[in-house]
Write a protein that binds this ligand. Sequence first.
Ligand code: SF4
Ligand code: SF4
Length: 486
Amino acid sequence: MHSTRTACSTQASWAGPPVETPEVRTDLSPEALASPDLALSNDIIRTCVHCGICLSHCPTYQVRHDENDSPRGRIVLMRNMLEKGGTPDEMTVKHLDRCLSCLACEAICPSGVKYSKLIGQSREHIEAHYPRPAVQRGMRHLLAKLVPSPGLFRMALIAGRAARPMRSLFPGTLRAMLDALPGHAARRPSAVDRPQVFPAQGPRRARVSMLSGCVQKVLEPGINEATIRLLQRHGVEVVVARGAGCCGALSDHMGMAEQAQPMMKANIEAWLREAGAGDSIDAIIINASGCGTAVKAYGHALRHDPAWAERAARVSALAKDVTEFMTDIGLNADLVRPERTASMRVVYHAPCSMQHGQHIVHQPLDLLRKAGFEVAEPPDSFMCCGSAGIYNLLQPEIAGELKRRKAWSIRSVDAAVAATGNIGCMTQLADAVGIPFVHTVELLDWATGGPEPQALRGSKPPGSAQLEKAVSESASGPVAGSNPTI
Ligand code: SF4
Ligand code: SF4
């Protein structure tokens, strides 16, 4: 028997009432601890001193006021589940399913509990050992199939909009799916998402590969277009690599490693082919922070696969959010058009996957200010909006309450436009905040010479025709082909 005790190390600088710090024990057998994954989980659990500081930052605890829906309570549930092994009980699965994986707890924890790795390991354990009811299992597999495939997702979007007037006839998750559909019709696919190269404007300062993604390019294709224009304008050559697609995050979040890992490997292969094609790449640019967090974790996800571990770690090291990269190379102040931005107040919503998952906090704010916008944040900026991948489809009640609270918080800021860096948050909040909701990069592109973001003017951007004409010649050609500036 292996037993461990940890002492309370609550720091005096943390405000709040005195907290109880009961002994934290783990009791995994030596056989279980021989597994590197369980040994890692054991170490993480032992780091928790049960101080409870994370409770006030946990969205599900704030909504439900149930210890089992708090990080501290879930750590105990996960410890019990992993110690016991085998099939977890229904109550444990219910409370772990309710976790958003927002990582606010990890960000605030004074003891350094690596919650993300623990919940990831636990979700894989549940997926492997827990027989979910048939309807639930079918819905999860449907979503895992539908979401990463832009073609299927587009068809589902069109069918869903047609079915929305009959939403009351549909059961739980299906109704949540209809409610989560964007207010606008499916957009035309953008020509920029095909494999191709976009040359730098002026002397080339960097060469990057851009993840064109899956859901985002169906819902808001203008985001990739704005990203490419912004980068080109700053002297960056942008490659959309042949063979890259969905990052695998949504399946991974559901503990479905078998579905997620082939997508990860396809991306690794595609990007490293570019990196090794005689003209290396300086970064892999990602403009959806949920995907960025996933790609930065490829090294961890594939660590046990000797054929992929090293390459996966290489890709993770190259991955950068577009605002992270733009901060590194610097927004060119000479390009800024103050007449577009000076009088505009922006409320910036920080996605959890950006601020807690990747620790990117000040970069989007600084870039927007440098571009001339007046920027404010909502009062509860650390709190999740309830989107969390497909959480809003699987847990619509909690997600709906979090959406309501976040929308109120954003509306409390007197701003003309809301911006964020994650398509999930945009889709979750767009119909609730009462002002246009755009991606940060769309504002940066507009501020430095690009077209006005579609949400600001509610029409198809002028220039799209030229854009499609510009890329049409080489759009279906090899990656080595090159397109004019868009
Ligand atoms: S996870 Fe961190 S903040 Fe939460 S109870 Fe444990 S030690 Fe405290
Ligand atoms: S990841 Fe988010 S929802 Fe889950 S326990 Fe931590 S703070 Fe709560």
